[in-house]
Design a protein around this ligand. Structure first.
Ligand code: NAD
Ligand code: UDP
Length: 318
């Protein structure tokens, strides 16, 4: 297959590009490098079958040659990123998604949207199955991301129904692993960096809020299975092992052997209280389930962070 990956120089996108190349597919990576890094795909640049173009997919673009599948991952994803890039996030969720869908339509290609558990907002139903419609504040600070993804889901569904595009939707839950941008502000990158730098771990709120963390290799296997299928979704991808932020902090301290303390900071507005995916649909339709435990995944991620230069760990933006 020749697969177009938008957002291919980001955290998830670069792992997806790598896995596609490893199994023998060709990859066209499109990325405007707003939150991604060329360095994430540097090791692929000289490989035959890999092409990189610095493109903002919110503007018009074309891909020369055949396209068999489009994986649309382009979008800021961490809360500090999408709050800073509010208008760009809405643009890529709407116009960017439409351009990626049109590309798939023109080429008769499979299309997969990387949507998010954020479409469930601050959920009133727990755990979250795909049938739950969500509880999103349309004018809250997180709405630029949540509503962009909800619109992207509606657009993907309309292109499937009206234009016959072989399109599918994945709802991705919190994912972590090597190549997370160290200063992206997400909880896993913050805690690991802080622990390794001997700084206090910043818990927002009382730390009782929960998330369910999926290791990147598991997640990428799920994206590949979705690309290879004709499933419309939406299908949740995530690890149902639910942890509070207090538990996560304890785990990171144990795995790093750090003596850092804890600093409690205010909870951001509209921060969801709990989140855990139901993954039975992914199991049934994609034969997918996560394999890597949170302890093992965090250990691998700590090792990767530990290999970064010390000045990155001490970056004041942390
Ligand atoms: P990331 O920020 O590392 O990657 C996003 C990539 O998209 C970056 O390389 C960025 O430069 C690129 N990009 C952004 N706007 C673009 C544009 N207009 N044109 C071209 N490229 C653009 O984030 P990530 O964690 O790898 O997330 C990838 C996708 O998965 C996103 O769509 C995100 O919403 C979704 N997702 C991620 C998670 C997670 O926990 N990582 C959870 C749910 C959904
Ligand atoms: N969080 C935290 N400390 C941090 C960063 C985040 O306690 O340094 C909390 C945040 O308030 C949220 C959870 O960790 O409750 C997950 O945050 P993240 O930004 O990683 O993902 P999201 O909120 O998008 O699920």
């Amino acid at each position: 297959m020749r697969v177009v990956v938008t957002g291919g120089a980001g955290f998830l996108g670069s792992h997806l590009c790598e896995s596609l190349m490893l199994r023998g597919d060709s990859v066209v990576c499109l990325d405007d490098l707003s939150t991604g890094r060329r360095g994430n795909v540097e090791h692929l640049l000289r490989k035959p079958g890999f092409e990189f173009f610095a493109v903002d997919v919110s503007g018009e673009f074309e891909v020369e040659g055949p396209v068999d599948a489009v994986a649309h991952l382009a979008s800021p994803a961490s809360p500090p990123d999408y709050l800073r890039l509010a208008l760009e996030t809405l643009a890529v969720g709407s116009r960017g998604t439409e351009h990626a869908l049109r590309l798939a339509d023109r080429h008769g290609a499979r299309f997969v949207l990387a949507s998010t558990s954020e479409v469930y907002g601050d959920p009133l139903v727990h755990p979250q199955g795909e049938g739950y419609w969500g509880n999103v504040n349309p004018v809250g600070p997180r709405s630029v991301y949540d509503e962009a993804k909800r619109f992207a889901e509606a657009l993907t569904t309309a292109y499937r129904n009206k234009r016959g595009v072989n399109a599918g939707i994945l709802r991705i839950f919190n994912t972590y692993g090597p190549r997370m941008r160290p200063e992206d502000g997400r909880v896993v990158s913050n805690f690991i960096r802080q622990a390794l730098a001997g700084k206090p771990l910043t818990i927002y709120g009382d730390g009782k809020q929960t998330r369910s963390f999926c290791y990147v290799d598991d997640l990428v296997r799920g994206i590949l299975a979705m690309l290879d299928s004709a499933e419309p979704g939406p299908i949740n991808l995530g690890n149902p092992d639910e942890r509070s932020m207090e538990e996560l902090a304890g785990l990171v301290l144990r795995l790093t052997g750090s003596e850092s303390g804890i600093e409690y900071l205010p909870l951001p507005e509209d921060d969801p209280v709990r989140r855990r995916p139901l993954t039975s649909l992914a199991q049934e339709r994609l034969a997918w389930s996560p394999q890597v435990t949170v302890e093992e995944g965090l250990r691998r991620t700590v090792d990767w962070f530990g290999s970064l230069p010390q000045q990155v760990l001490l970056d004041p933006r942390c």
